[in-house]
Design a protein around this ligand. Structure first.
Ligand code: PEP
Ligand code: MN
Length: 368
């Protein structure tokens, strides 16, 4: 369900000279020198909004869990010296009190906190009335409602300077990503909350520095409002997330290689061309819907037959044959294998549901 949040445009609360907007800094504030040097170099590359973890949510205990209040003191000094803004992760009331005491500009809610409505509500209650900007990462599990719920709780607390961070989702199975992006969830978020700024976190999505550029470019192509990328003066020796951090110099190269596409289409000369192509897409979509409805009619016929013959809805040999041949046909047409596999899984599930309804419908004169 679409929900209009009361949100201030991002350029009214983030001082930003860089296009695209890039937030950068280390995964963790490790030492004063490490943080200051990283920020100094970032600033020289035109980055004005720094990130740093002060309390680190580590999966297992016994690893570095952040420098807490000491790191906030370093941040306050560095902010004054370099005239930059800072964002840090907060997860409870005492984090918020301390972050605000040291003048942190923007708070962020981490993926492991967004999953818990009690924690999000605690944060919402603690920042009520402060007008502090808040960025909310997606929950670690792929659940759009939880993400929206967290955004609504913060907005309902009167926070209007807010945005979402897409950092990918924890999934089982092999993937080239550390946290699978599942772009559709972020796109659905944007269509449900159109005025919400959405920032991509390619560092946590990728989990390795080599894929950061391509993932950032993809996010910009999808119209994201900015990027948050981890950087460190000595990434390989970072105390957390070493593989995914880049040096400020590499970050600067990424920034200059990225192409920012225009989001506004209406005042451009290619508007009529776009309209023409879209009309073509509308026609094709009508045909797709017609064809699907024809397919469903045939599926219903088979459903009636299976009902009469007492056959099960799912016939594994037939399905394997359908699945394989459709993919072969699609590959011949130059379509992506993954795309057609996903599409056929949905079509098959829809067909099974239609047949199940027919098979389970009681005969008009049946007593049970
Ligand atoms: C981080 O940004 O360093 C972090 C811990 O993020 P996430 O909540 O996305 O894991
Ligand atoms: Mn990190």
């Amino acid at each position: 369900m679409s929900k209009k949040l009361n949100i201030d445009p991002i350029n009214t609360w983030i001082k930003n000279d860089s296009d695209p907007l890039i937030i950068s800094g280390p995964c963790s504030a490790e030492t004063y020198e490490q943080l200051r040097e990283t920020c100094k170099q970032l600033k020289s590359h035109g980055i004005n909004l720094m990130r740093a973890g002060v309390w680190k949510p580590r999966t297992r205990p016994g690893t570095f869990e952040g420098n807490g209040e000491d790191a906030l003191k370093w941040i306050a000094d560095i902010k004054e010296e370099l005239d930059v803004q800072f964002t840090v992760e907060v997860a409870n009331t005492s984090h918020i009190e301390l972050a605000l005491k040291y003048g942190i500009d923007i708070l962020w809610i981490g993926a492991r906190t967004t999953v818990n409505p009690f924690s999000v509500q605690e944060i919402a209650d603690a920042i009520k009335g402060t007008d502090t900007p808040v960025l909310i990462k997606n929950p670690i599990n792929p659940d759009l409602s939880l993400w929206m719920g967290a955004l609504e709780r913060i907005n309902t607390a009167g926070i209007t300077k807010m945005g979402a961070i897409h950092r990918g989702f924890s999934m089982t199975g092999k993937s080239k990503y550390r946290y699978v992006p599942m772009w559709k969830i972020a796109i659905d978020l944007k269509s449900n909350m159109p005025n919400l700024p959405v920032i991509c976190d390619p560092s946590h999505i990728c989990g390795n520095r080599d894929m950061i550029f391509e993932t950032s470019q993809k996010a910009l192509d999808l119209g994201y409002d900015g990027l948050i990328i981890e950087s460190h003066i000595d990434p390989d020796n970072a105390w957390s997330d070493a593989k995914q951090q880049v040096t400020p110099d590499v970050l600067s190269k990424i920034k200059s290689d990225l192409k920012v596409k225009t989001k506004r289409e209406d005042d451009k000369s290619y508007k009529h061309l776009l309209d023409e192509i879209r009309e073509g897409i509308d026609d094709v979509d009508k045909e797709i819907v017609d064809i699907i409805s024809k397919r469903i009619e045939l599926v219903k016929k088979i459903g009636e037959f299976k009902k009469e013959q007492d056959l099960t809805t799912f016939q594994v040999d037939r399905w394997n044959e359908v699945f394989k041949s459709r993919i072969d046909w699609a590959i011949e047409k130059g379509l992506e294998k993954d795309f057609i596999e996903d599409l056929y899984k949905v079509i098959h599930l829809g067909s099974i549901n239609v047949q199940n309804k027919i098979i389970n419908k009681k005969k008009a004169n049946s007593k049970i």
